[in-house]
Ligand binder design. Structure first.
Ligand SMILES: *Cc1c(COP(=O)(O)O)cnc(C)c1O
Length: 356
């Protein structure tokens, strides 16, 4: 039998992605919504899917959904691009603006996907660490882009896994300081109720990412979108897989987006629940640090976090363990769940900390 040729060097030593989902009573590890789509909306979705011609290719650009999103944001159709989840659009960012010899700025700790995509496209990652309270070192980012050799910058607002939003004023200063593409990942923007959308009209180099996976309860469906300048969106259309957003996802997205006011209300409740979790964590003497959150999750620091994670899991509570990550030593991240899940988490954590 012939051996197969080696894959590209970027894959050397890389492990396949594994989110490590485990069954549990309280699944509060992946920043998903605890609430599935309601029966009423499900019935509407079923009707919409019944009309989908399965034998035909989808509309490549999902123009009907694209128009709905454009209109809701006061933009033109050409400023919106749908993708197979935000993750696909992040991949396209690295392909369209990164390559060997180019550099991107990653403000760490950050969502792991950015650095992975940069690596796959041979783009050099310039890391700018956050301050001790996990806020952005704004002056360091501005000083680095001033060197003039950066192709794209990723700012996540609110940031995952740390939870806090970036300041609007900082993003405006950054856009004025560089011609690099500034991608503001607002995957959790609905929880923060703040956005840099208004900056689009004066800044061709701004690109904003949103997803249906968090506030819109659709992590299982795979829909995300960019809002940007026509010039930048056009470049992405050259690079993207033309049929990545299938007809069924488009049909579901249209129904869910037409109900967005209801989802925004739930997002407000989940953001409030995350703040309550943060307040309760601050009351626990063994918890060393609780980072500010503008999102639906909280990052906190507790000694021997790996052991605490296991003790929580033994009680049916799955949170995300960041304790071995760079910049997040001894940190766990908990997603705001239903009131019952949040209560279960807090009592399980109290048990775990008392038992030690
Ligand atoms: C969840 C998330 C996304 C997008 O996720 P998709 O499910 O692929 O849409 C993007 N950025 C951050 C920071 C996220 O946490």
């Amino acid at each position: 039998m012939k051996r197969v040729i080696k894959s590209v060097p970027q894959l050397d030593g890389l492990e396949p992605y594994d989110p490590k989902y485990l069954p549990a009573k309280a699944l509060i590890s992946a920043n998903e919504s605890p609430y599935d789509i309601s029966e009423d909306i499900r019935a509407e979705i079923a009707q919409a899917i019944a009309q989908v011609p399965f034998n035909r290719y989808p509309d490549p650009l999902a123009n009907e959904l694209r128009d709905m999103i454009a209109q809701a944001n006061g933009l033109s159709r050409d400023q919106v691009l749908l993708g197979n989840g935000g993750d696909e659009l992040l991949y396209d960012l690295a392909l369209a603006y990164g390559c060997k010899g180019r550099k991107m700025i990653n403000v760490v700790p950050a969502f792991s996907v950015y650095a992975l995509n940069a690596r796959l496209t041979d783009t050099e990652v310039v890391e700018i660490p956050r301050k001790a309270d996990m806020s952005i070192d704004e002056e360091a980012v501005l000083a680095r882009v001033a060197q003039g050799d950066i192709s794209y910058v990723v700012i996540t607002s609110p940031n995952n896994p740390t939870g806090g939003a970036a300041s609007h004023q900082f993003i405006e200063r950054l856009l004025n300081a560089t011609d690099a593409l500034v991608m503001v990942d607002e995957a959790y923007g609905e929880f923060a109720e703040q956005s840099c959308l208004d900056l689009l009209k004066d800044h061709e180099n701004l690109l904003i990412l949103h997803t249906f996976s968090k506030a819109f309860s659709l992590a299982g469906v795979r829909l995300g979108y960019y809002l940007g300048s026509e010039a930048v969106i056009r470049e992405f259309i050259k690079f993207r897989q033309p049929y990545s957003v299938d007809s069924v996802s488009q049909a579901i997205g249209k129904v869910v987006y037409s109900h967005r006011a209801e989802f925004m209300e739930t997002a407000r409740e989940l953001a409030a629940a995350a703040k309550q979790l943060a307040a309760a964590l601050k009351e626990m003497p063994q918890v060393e640090e609780v980072y500010h959150t503008d999102s639906n999750f909280v990052l906190f620091k507790v000694p021997r976090a790996g052991l605490v994670w296991q003790m929580l899991y033994d009680q049916g509570v799955l949170v995300r363990d960041f304790s071995r990550g760079a910049g997040t030593t001894d940190c766990l991240r908990v997603t705001a769940g239903s009131p019952e899940e949040n209560q279960l988490f807090l009592s399980a954590l109290e048990n775990a900390l008392r038992a030690r």
